[in-house]
Design a protein around this ligand. Structure first.
Ligand code: PDD
Length: 295
């Protein structure tokens, strides 16, 4: 199992980043996490689309084309030679003055990190995870839009620290209105009487690629999905809850604030979505460049 890091097109095993890189100094960067299936990147095009959207959101010019990303990623995956990989693509503002003003940074740095695959323990998919509703609110859209996946994750770090202190695996974050937003690195879904509910993008969340795929799969399989501004009480009284993300895939939630959700085990809709999403990863769909993400 090896780790390889591609830094502006040069691949090595280690990387030291300059102290003067604004990604290091201020979290002034954007990133994506991509999983593989049969060591091919899943949903690469939507991830690159979201990377560009994030870069636009912070007025950062990404120096590589989509084709260049695909080629460099392929080369890095090959050099790492793992059966499956964890991929992190980062574009930083680059080196500049020790001052938040980015105008001194002339050359963004592009990094592709490839390591052995990261997987959650199989038991968690059977037992479900425990979430805590935390007091730390998700950033407001007109402050630091959660739709921009920046390297500044302090908002989510504060939330996960609070959740851990409460003995939970992860946090449920609310927005400034007190409505449901998302978890710290995943999107939220819950089921009531056979309908799936998920916070709308307007609630201030990341437009998750797994979320989009799960919504599409649910609709194709006759399960209705409603997006909206949703109160925390609806989550706590739900029949089933699950969270979605690139590494977690579809992860059932069986306790919130130490109260049991539904019957206390992954319910039929959660299991169905886990299976349908797993089937998609096995199929050719993850590589279809036509899959378009809504922001
Ligand atoms: N996180 N919300 C937040 C805040 C996230 O950071 C992520 C992803 C998601 C789910 O998005 P997707 O389904 O596209 O992975 C939702 C990645 C996995 C991470 O930062 O590790």
């Amino acid at each position: 199992m090896t780790t390889k890091i591609n830094f502006n097109g040069v691949i090595s095993e280690n990387l030291s980043i300059s102290f003067y890189d604004h990604g290091f100094l201020f979290g002034d960067s954007v990133y994506e996490v991509v999983a593989t299936h049969k060591n091919r990147p899943c949903f690469l095009y939507p991830h690159l689309q979201r990377l560009h959207n994030s870069a636009d959101g912070i007025s950062l010019n990404i120096p590589w084309s989509t084709d260049r990303f695909a080629e460099e990623l392929q080369r890095t995956l090959q050099e790492a030679g793992n059966p499956e990989s964890y991929i992190r693509i980062i574009v930083t503002r680059g080196e500049g003055a020790v001052d938040i003003d980015p105008s001194s940074c002339t050359q963004p740095n592009v990094i592709i990190y490839v390591s052995a695959e990261k997987k959650y323990p199989a038991e968690l998919y059977m037992s479900g995870v425990n979430l805590a509703v935390v007091s730390v609110k998700r950033n407001a859209r007109d402050a630091l839009n959660p739709g921009i996946k920046t390297g500044n994750y302090l908002n989510n770090i504060l939330a996960v620290v609070e959740a851990n202190r409460m003995g939970a695996h992860d946090a449920v974050m609310l927005n400034a209105n007190g409505d449901l937003a998302e978890s710290t690195t995943s999107n939220l879904f819950f089921a009531h009487n056979g309908t799936l509910f998920t916070p709308a993008l307007g609630c201030g969340i990341l437009a998750g690629i797994t979320r989009s795929m799960v919504m599409q799969l649910a609709q194709e399989n006759g399960i209705s999905v409603e997006e909206g501004s949703l109160p925390v009480e609806a989550l706590i009284s739900a029949d089933e809850v699950f969270i979605t993300g690139t590494i977690k895939r579809v992860m059932p939630v069986t306790r919130i604030d130490n109260k049991i959700v539904g019957e206390g085990r992954p319910g039929p809709l959660s299991q169905k979505m886990m299976r349908l999403y797993g089937d998609v990863l096995e199929s050719e769909i993850p590589y279809d460049p036509a899959f378009k993400l809504q922001f």
